[in-house]
Design a protein around this ligand. Sequence first.
Ligand SMILES: Nc1nc2c(ncn2[C@@H]2O[C@H](COP(=O)(O)OP(=O)(O)OP(=O)(O)O)[C@@H](O)[C@H]2O)c(=O)[nH]1
Ligand SMILES: [Mg+2]
Length: 445
Amino acid sequence: MDPGRTVRGVTEHTADRAVIVKRVDEGTATTDEIEQLAQSAGYHPVATITQTRTEDPAFHVGEGKADEIARCVAATDAGIVIFDNQLGPYQTFNLGNKLPEGAEILDRFRLILEIFGQRATTRPAQLQVELAELRYELPRAEAKASLAKREERPGFMGLGEYDESRERDIKARISRIRDELDSVQDDAKRRRETRRESGFDLVALAGYTNAGKSTLLRRLAVDHAVEENAEKHPDLPETAASEDRLFTTLETTTRRADIDRRDVLVTDTVGFISSLPHWLVESFRSTLDSVYRADLVLLVVDVSESVDAIHEKLVTAHDTLSERNEAPILTVLNKTDLIDDADLDRKRAALSALAPDPVAVSARTGDGVAALTDAIDDRLPDLVEERIVVPLSDDSMSVISWIHDNAHVTDVEYGEQAVVEFEAKPATIERARSKVQSLPAPGSV
Ligand SMILES: Nc1nc2c(ncn2[C@@H]2O[C@H](COP(=O)(O)OP(=O)(O)OP(=O)(O)O)[C@@H](O)[C@H]2O)c(=O)[nH]1
Ligand SMILES: [Mg+2]
């Protein structure tokens, strides 16, 4: 006998061998994305089973198909079945009864949550993952509790009365996590305000997972991350041979970019994925807030994908953003190194309605990044030119150096008083003025 196996065929070694299943109501099921997700979570797809039919209440797929899945698990020595669908608790229970002992079942959302769980290293990211898990579990606990009650079968699914207290427990934990996340959010909001007041423009990266947001951030950044969780950010070295991995980034990282006359802070955050349920997106609200509250959003897409795929992702991204975001959106067509010019032109034209004036770049080679920084400068709120007269006193130097720090100074002339010419955002000009006004009048001391 193969020493790596037990009689049942489920060992450590086989635990990550996965059978992929997908059911669609009509048409043909495609499994590329779910296979990629499975691999990102560390599983190895060994077989794929699809079915086109309406949902079966008991087994999700037809019962005959469920038997086929069970046979396939046994034959391939798989430890897990991954459904690219959302399974109800009753369906998971029934399917589990058919599978060889020890084999587990994950549905699409549990799989995504598992990836998130593996990637979350900071407290806020962990809280958000936990919140998403609890929100996933809550309706299941409710369903179990009420089914057990209605059917007067407290032992339904082998859990019984435990379910009601479980439900209360989940609700209590959800509200505790919400409170803690609210305070995280308040901190982030204060931080953003301080940065804005210091004359920074805030730019956020948005887009699907794997579009190249983090790679682009590294291109734009002039220094190290300015946020406390920076050292935990799973940045890979630029040269590392990288296979595509989904949801590399869960936490936000902010870096300073020098864009012409401006001080810009660019924030990288969690990527989108198709058909994410609302509760899951909502769980990541604190993280996505940095996108919603930016002065400009860079919507990054992988231009090497098909026009249809890009189109669909742009539509979903716009929908997600339009709920809360008020900032202008600049579309960035990334990974131009993977396609030729003719292909790029064709895609640009096909997407022009959704992405007018996009900027094409390769974050990997740096191609087009200079044009991108120009476009960023262009789309950010205009800087205003200002000329301010500062009476000379012991305190005036601190005001002048504040202006140097927070605005782009074009000229300073010293005479009886200092005349400072600079460019800045209107809010910064206001603050400079009030600083000058609060200077003691010359000779008043
Ligand atoms: N060929 C090519 N590959 C790129 C380019 N930009 C990024 N990649 C690769 O695409 C993959 C995903 O890049 P990331 O920067 O991690 O993508 P992301 O949008 O941050 O992904 P998440 O953090 O998962 O949301 C990595 O393997 C990168 O090396 C590019 O311009 N050209
Ligand atoms: Mg990333």
